[in-house]
Design a protein around this ligand. Sequence first.
Ligand code: COI
Length: 356
Amino acid sequence: MLDIKIVKTTAPKQKPAADQPLGFGKIFTDHMFIMNYTEGKGWHDARIVPFQNISLSPATMVYHYGQEMFEGLKAYKAEDGRTLLFRPEMNAKRSNNTNRRLCIPEIPVEDYVQAIKAIVKVDEDWIPTAPGTSLYIRPFIIATDEFLGVKPSSTYLFMIILSPSGAYYSSGLSPVGIWIEDEYVRAVKGGIGEAKTGGNYVASMAAQVKAHEEGYAQVLWLDGVERKYIEEVGAMNIFFKIDGVVITPALNGSILPGVTRDSVIKLCKSWGLPVEERRISIDEIYEAHKTGKLEEVWGTGTAAVISPVGKLRWKDEVMVIQDGGIGSLSQKLYDNITGIQLGKIEDIHNWVTEVK
Ligand code: COI
């Protein structure tokens, strides 16, 4: 249990108007959570302070070797006024898995969730309520030793910032076009692909720029060895519905284990749909499309929730899915997940936690 000191701002910022388009991750609330780690002392000095810049030496390790991790989750305002979180303990556990891979000290799951609840409580008036909006929560840890040698830092900062946000893609729930990348790779087994760390995202940028130039929203990665098997999309996991079967790549060590991915698998199974987590090749997708069996494709992510894919570009082929529209399963998943998150649909899986 953390002893969290709270210092409230004396100069609250103007909150966005109810009908203001928020975009994603552009606006920040009045406060932030910070906690220090010092070797020999552990995590200490948990506090909530006014949102502010932090001052670090240019020699700070995170600037040089990227020893950092981040998470993403959301808070929602239910119609009855409750503030709800969706499966925050999964983010806390995944954070510790990432930390182990990156030699960052772990944070007890209860402390992690306590910190998230505490900062969300302080800024709960910032949770937007327009359809499709929520308060995006970004916990992250950076290495703070002033040192230019390559080794794990002995000091860290854990911070949580909050951003009232709308849809991740400017197109909202409208289907996105995805570019299947065959030049660059994102990650390989044994690397850091399953860790939630900036390095995986910077590795994706050159391909993303290329995809954007071609008019595609995101990149779909193939495995780094054979360049044949589907891995994930830049900010999402990926699902296919082929001939009535829901298929998603198995977690193989180079794919991010998404919270929304896990929730979609559980929901589909609870609706009696066959779900397969397995290796799936781009040739299989191409073949399924050619024979009319590729019924739906969608991405899953905390930021993106459910993002229907309207077209896939593979070399010179463009596969149009559902005539570029939203498939009925994608829509049902979106409605159910957001319904549970907003407290409108019965939470039979026990996924929602109230912030009191
Ligand atoms: C999320 O979905 O929360 C993520 O962390 C993806 C991020 C790159 C926006």
